[in-house]
Design a protein around this ligand. Sequence first.
Ligand code: PFF
Length: 450
Amino acid sequence: MAEERAQWTSRVGFILAAAGSAVGLGNIWRFSYAAGTEGGGAFILIYLAAAVFIGYPLLVSEISIGRATRKNPIGAFRTLAPNAPWWLVGAIGVLTAFVILSYYSVVAGWAFAYTFESLRGLYQPSVDHAEHFTKHISDPVAPILWHAAFMAITIGVIAMGVVKGIQRVVQVLMPLLFLLAIVIMIRSITLPGAGEGIAFILTPDFSEVTPLTVLHAVAQAFFTISLGMGAMITYGSYLRKKDPIPSSAGTIIGLDTFVAIIAGFAIFPAVFAFGFDPAAGPGLAFITLPGVFTEMPLGAVFGFLFFLLLTIAALTSSISLLEVVVAWLKDEHKWKRTKAAVVVGCAMFAIGVLPSLGYSVLSHVQAFEMNILDLYDWFATSILLPLGGLLTIIFAGYVWGARKLSEEANEGTGKLRFGPGMGFMFLVKVVVPLAVLAVLIAGLYEKFAA
Ligand code: PFF
């Protein structure tokens, strides 16, 4: 007898799972260093516009495609367009999940390691944090073990199932994550000298903004809302018909943005209060912040809480990446969930060994001045996500069509509704495709022609 497809048992369960996917390393690690190097508040404003006008229509479309078909991304496109190769869009999503999770788990492993190191005297005045971080990531063995540990936990959650695994875990971890973020923010904004950091976020500096800033803000919106690769199609496929899509999508983006902004208010006031450089780049979370914790009263406690927060945020995202591939093998190839989780998780772990070694024995492997991890990240976020997002929105607006999209999106309780006419559909049919196409072209130009 066919096994019944799992469903989130409550609307909140779905929202927390999807917000858990959205809130991740992207909000804390990536968002803070992007805002720090690209004009602070100005970057944040552009990002907000991208989230509302591009992220929101795409999120509604992805959830609707998932719920209408109750399938993994490949199966979903195949169901809606059985006679055309649109299933390839789903296949791009599955491929993207492999690429992202393989290196995401490496960075999550760094955060995991730092959580424990915070308890073992990491914040001594004698420690040079830049040197310490470089030493940590350029060890050929230890980061791989942390990467393995993080992946093992991800596999464990997915093997337990949609409701007993994902939903149960996010219902505990997401409230904890919100709480931790708020505690750290309060500590940071009450430090003497925090005002400069607060001003950095609240006063936009448009002199640092270039057309590339817009590109990076849109790419950030894709990455942080988990769009363009079928994660939200997969989570939407477990959503009950009675639950509303338009308002839930708004809540998901709202929570995601809330955590990014809180992270900004947690990070920049402290960075300024202790005279560090906000434009430190990707090392901001791992080098600058430990420096801040070293100077701060009770720094070890706050350092531990911060890296715990980062690890939890990464876990609730990594499970959504693994679930995309597991759902495909389960639906289409009738694999057992546990087998799929273990096999795919191990494969992703293996692919992730390379970017980890890119800081040690493979550090000579470089392309376009990027090491292996940056290359994976660039390929996934500048090429695969915009490409997947572009094809998905074209599919939703023109192939599946505005009428069916709005019917599915409008199904369920809730007051917010979309007509099949203009308004929301103008975003779906015109604004999002053009903007994402521009991002894709600009991303290629940035690397190959500039
Ligand atoms: N949204 C996650 C973050 O901001 O860290 C990353 C991510 C998760 C991207 C899941 C894509 C995805 F499908």
